[in-house]
Design a protein around this ligand. Structure first.
Ligand code: GDP
Length: 352
């Protein structure tokens, strides 16, 4: 998963480490030369007339101490690493990391290197740790445990609305979550509230049949808010714990669509709005998350197709954009292909 970003980070770490090492050596040599050039050619007068042999050692000792000090004073300057840091920034952007996020990561790294004197064997770790801390900081958003959240609600059902463009993997994700809830002994129904596409209703029905989960639907073109309303009523009547609602996601930015989604959530007092985003859309992830978040509001994200998305950067971009947690990663087309999102695990694997 995210092999491209991993490769780019590895290359960046190697390049920056190499450059810092090279520059520090260069600086050390310069400093030594500087000290030597400043050293007195002739022994000072007092030494000439000194009859104490140990006194003759003095200037040498002073020079050695000075040299030693200068060698350890290998302070790295911004211009020494400017080009390699820039290369890393470009590599991050190529991996779908949004420009401002890439800038943040590189600025943090600069701060951790410039003006510092780092022991040769520690350079790589300093670079790695800086990247790790920056990425974790971006992902450091209060996490949300879906199962806990469902259990916390006293009055049943807990209602979840899934938002996202067509093809993002919404209905597949709803099915995966339905399966996960079943495994946790939590009952649910699906609400087929994408009434704009007959195929969407059929698709959800198919998932429902496969998983033995009831699907509440109305006829094609029916009011989606009413379908969710019916589903909640059904759940109440049958003591069902959760309602998972599919919604429409026409691919063009459509004000009516956003109004319709807002209405579904307002009328039904939705407990959780989850935005489903296809990681393969890369940089578009940022625009999509902004669009849905500002129009409808979102509580959390699910990023699908992580199994076939190599670049990786969309995760950081999405989280940085709306500062909402990623609940899960979709990792395949089967119902079990869903993984809890764990920032530490992801960062470890990216910088392994
Ligand atoms: P919807 O239009 O948003 O409901 O999208 P669908 O659920 O129909 O998914 C669109 C396509 O993406 C289908 O072919 C799914 O099998 C596929 N898909 C969904 N999630 C994943 C995932 O995590 N990984 C992979 N590889 N494919 C996925």
């Amino acid at each position: 998963m995210f092999g491209f970003l991993k490769k780019k980070l590895k290359e960046g770490i190697e390049k920056i480490t190499g450059k810092v090492e090279e520059k520090q050596e260069e600086i050390a040599i310069q400093k030594v030369e500087e000290v030597i050039s400043q050293a007195p050619e002739e022994p000072e007068e007092e030494e000439i007339f000194s009859i104490q042999p140990e006194k003759e050692e003095k200037p040498k000792k002073g020079l050695l101490a000075k040299l030693k000090k200068k060698i350890t004073e290998k302070i790295i300057k911004e211009e020494d690493i400017k080009d390699v840091i820039w290369d890393l920034q470009v590599a991050l952007i190529e991996s779908d990391v949004a420009v401002e996020v890439a800038e943040k990561i590189c600025n943090d790294l600069k701060k951790n290197l410039v003006g510092k004197s780092i022991k040769k064997k520690e350079i790589e770790n300093v670079v790695k740790d800086s990247l790790k801390d920056s990425i974790l900081e971006i992902m450091k958003i209060d996490s949300l445990d879906l199962i806990e959240k469902i259990k916390e609600k006293k009055e049943k059902p807990f209602s979840v609305v899934f938002l996202g463009f067509n093809g993002s993997g919404k209905s597949t994700t709803i099915a995966k979550i339905g399966n996960l809830l079943k495994q946790n002994n939590i009952s649910c129904v699906f609400a087929a509230a994408d009434s704009w596409r007959a195929a969407a209703i059929e698709q959800l029905e198919e998932h429902g049949e496969n998983l033995k989960i009831k699907v509440i639907k109305q006829k094609y073109g029916a009011d989606p808010a009413a379908i969710v309303w019916d589903s909640i009523a059904y759940a109440k009547a049958h003591n069902i714990d959760v309602v998972l609602a599919d919604t429409a996601g026409r691919s063009h930015a459509n004000v009516n669509l956003m109004d319709e989604l807002k209405k579904i959530c307002r009328v039904n007092k939705t407990d959780l709005k989850i935005l489903v985003v296809d990681a393969l859309t890369g940089n578009d992830v940022v625009d999509q998350t902004k669009l849905f978040d500002s129009a409808v509001g979102t509580d959390a994200l699910i990023l699908t197709k992580a199994d076939v998305y190599d670049k990786g950067g969309a995760i950081l971009s999405a989280m940085h954009t709306i500062k909402k947690p990623i609940l899960f990663l979709g990792t395949g087309q089967n119902y079990k292909d869903i993984e809890q999102f764990e920032p530490e695990k992801i960062v470890q694997s990216l910088l392994a």
